[in-house]
Every structure is written in C-alpha cells, then in structure tokens.
Design a protein around this ligand. Structure first.
Ligand SMILES: CC(C)(COP(=O)(O)OP(=O)(O)OC[C@H]1O[C@@H](n2cnc3c(N)ncnc32)[C@H](O)[C@@H]1OP(=O)(O)O)[C@@H](O)C(=O)NCCC(=O)NCCS
Length: 303
C-alpha cells in the first residue's frame, strides 16, 4: 500500500500479516529478547519487509539494528525507514545515491487520544484541521497530522542527527492532491547545496489506516544511479512463494506496470521531496521543453 505514495527509486515492502517464517539475525535476536510479544512481532515483521526490499535492490539480506536514538542502521550505501502499527508493518529502502533520506509512518485512521492533539500541533495547524475534518470527514486529520510529523522526524534524523520537536514542523495538507508540506522552524543541514527548510510528502487513507511518506530525491546522482533506479523498479520475482509476497495495492501494481520511460505521476516539486525554488522549477520546465524539441527534430530526421 505505502509504495503508492513513494517515488521511483525506492523499494517499499509492507505486510498486514506477521509471517511465522520471518527470521532474525543473532544480533537482532539479542536486542529483542527481553521485549514483549507484540514488540517482538512488529520488530521481526518490519525486518522481514526490510530484507525483502534489500533483496529487490540486489543486496544480500542484512541485520537492521537500532542506533543510539532508535534509528534503524542500514547497510552501507542504503537509506530507509520503518513503520509498524496494529495489523500493518512496512519498510522502505533505497540506494543513498538515489534517495538522500526517507521517512514513512502508518497509523490507524482513528482520532488521537484526548489531550494528544494540543501537544503535537500548532494553533494554526488545529484551525486547518477543523476545516479539513468538516469538508472531508472520512479522514482523521488529527491522526494524519501526527503521522506526517513522525515521517518528518524519520526523514530529518538521519540527515540532521538531532531531535525535532512537534512544534518545529508546521504541516499543511492538500486534501485533493494527497500531498503535504512541512515547514521547519529550525535550520536544517545543507542538502544538495541548499539549506533544508522543509519537506514535501504524500499521504494516503486506505484500509483503515493513514500513511505518510517523505522521500528526498538525490539531486546529483552518481554514475550508475540510473541503473540502480531501474533495478529498484524491478517487480518481485514471480518464483517467490505466495506466502513471501507482501500485500500490494492496485495503485502499486499499476505503477509497476508503467513502462520504464514514463515520467513519474507526481509533479517535479512533489517528486523531489525537497521544496523546489521558482528557479529550479523553471529549470525543469526548460528541460521538458528541450526534450520536446529534441524529440521533434529526431522525428524530422527519421522522416
Ligand atoms: C521514533 C518515532 C518517530 C517512531 O514513530 P512511532 O509512530 O512511535 O512508531 P513507528 O512504528 O511508526 O516507527 C518505529 C520505527 O521508527 C524508527 N525510528 C526510531 N527512532 C528513529 C530515529 N531517531 N530516526 C529515524 N527512524 C527512527 C525505527 O526503525 C522504529 O522501528 P524499530 O524500532 O522496529 O526499528 C516516535 O516514537 C518518536 O520518538 N517521535 C518523537 C519525535 C517526533 O516525532 N518529533 C516530531 C517532529 S515534527
């Protein structure tokens, strides 16, 4: 399900089931041994998702240990994010040369507990949520706001390495486009030559859940990154047993079926995950015009 809101170049695997054959590496086992059964199941299934994603990226399955602040420690050259809530687990991975940072979160599409919203939101966010709930009552916007902030933190921490408070991000949702903007109140690190001031993300409400995702696409791709992106879009091996198949949405299957030369469905601004300036948008427009001119002249030469 969550792959529907992630850009090409990421590999997302999710599941609504805890597979009994999911295994842990001894070092993971060591960490999770004292945990209660619920925690063990979510930890194990999320790692099952992560290892499926590693395999699809052409990597050998590897342990994913929590770092000092709980952050998942990915094998060298990979970035990723994990989420789990009742009945759902997901992991998204990408080559670090393709995606700079990623954050995902899933929550039940249910109201937050009493007293939580004021603690995790700004007054102006609460005003906007009231309007959204009135106009689109099927989505629990308070819970979606919370999820978006969790995704912000998971995308922020690997690049900033610091804590971020709930009031440090001001989230604005677009209810029709399924996108959101997070404006940061604190100075972020420099990414691709620009100061990180916010994130663009996407959201989805389906199957009783609200899910959010942020993926910052690397601006300067290293040599071979194109091949990596193509590899990341390779569908799962049909010889995998059905029990090993993650649950996939219709949108996800449709996206996979898209020919590899198709442009992504998102606009360039959403696609990058980073807020683009007017100048870079003009550059994108120019590039598209250039491609059109090149295509026309090629047709003329062929004729
Ligand atoms: C860490 C936190 C974001 C996890 O979110 P959650 O909704 O409670 O739980 P989820 O199941 O969605 O995610 C858990 C996963 O987050 C990941 N995670 C934990 N700490 C992390 C960090 N510092 N950076 C990135 N990912 C982290 C882990 O992979 C964890 O799964 P694992 O323990 O099985 O490896 C949350 O508990 C937290 O501490 N939030 C406070 C910070 C915050 O959100 N600030 C708001 C900024 S606007």
């Amino acid at each position: 399900m969550i792959e529907a809101i992630l850009p090409a170049g990421t590999v997302a695997v999710d599941t609504f089931t805890d597979w009994p054959h999911a295994f842990l590496f001894p070092e993971e086992e060591e960490i999770i041994r004292p945990a209660v059964d619920k925690r063990r199941r979510e930890f194990t299934s999320a790692r099952w998702c992560a290892r499926q994603a590693m395999t699809r990226l052409g990597r050998a399955p590897a342990p994913v240990l929590p770092g000092p602040r709980g952050e998942p420690q990915w094998p060298a050259g990979l970035v990723g994010s994990i989420t789990h809530c009742d009945g759902y687990r997901a992991a998204v991975l990408a080559e670090s040369g393709v995606i700079t940072t990623v954050g995902i979160d899933a929550e039940p599409n249910e109201p937050l507990m009493d007293g939580v919203l004021p603690a995790v939101s700004l007054p102006e966010e609460r005003d906007r949520l009231d309007r959204l709930l009135r106009d689109h009552p099927d989505v629990r916007w308070d819970r979606l706001l919370f999820s978006a902030k969790e995704s912000v933190y998971k995308a922020w921490f690997p690049v900033a390495g610091t804590w971020l408070d709930f009031e440090d991000a001001d989230i604005t949702f677009d209810p029709l486009a399924g996108t959101f903007e997070a404006q940061l109140a604190v100075a972020g690190p420099e990414l691709h030559g620009r100061r990180l001031t916010g994130f663009s993300g996407r959201w989805l409400a389906a199957q009783g859940l609200v899910v959010t995702a942020i993926a910052v696409v690397a601006r300067h791709r290293p040599r071979g990154a194109r091949a990596v992106r193509r590899r990341a879009q390779v569908p799962p091996d049909p010889h995998d047993g059905p029990a090993d198949r993650p649950v996939q949405s219709k949108e996800g299957r449709a996206r996979r079926a898209r020919p590899s030369f198709a442009l992504p469905a998102q606009t360039p601004a959403e696609y990058s995950g980073l807020r683009l300036t007017g100048r870079s948008l003009r550059r994108v427009t120019f590039s598209l015009r250039y491609v059109r001119v090149r295509c026309c002249s090629t047709v003329l030469i062929v004729m």
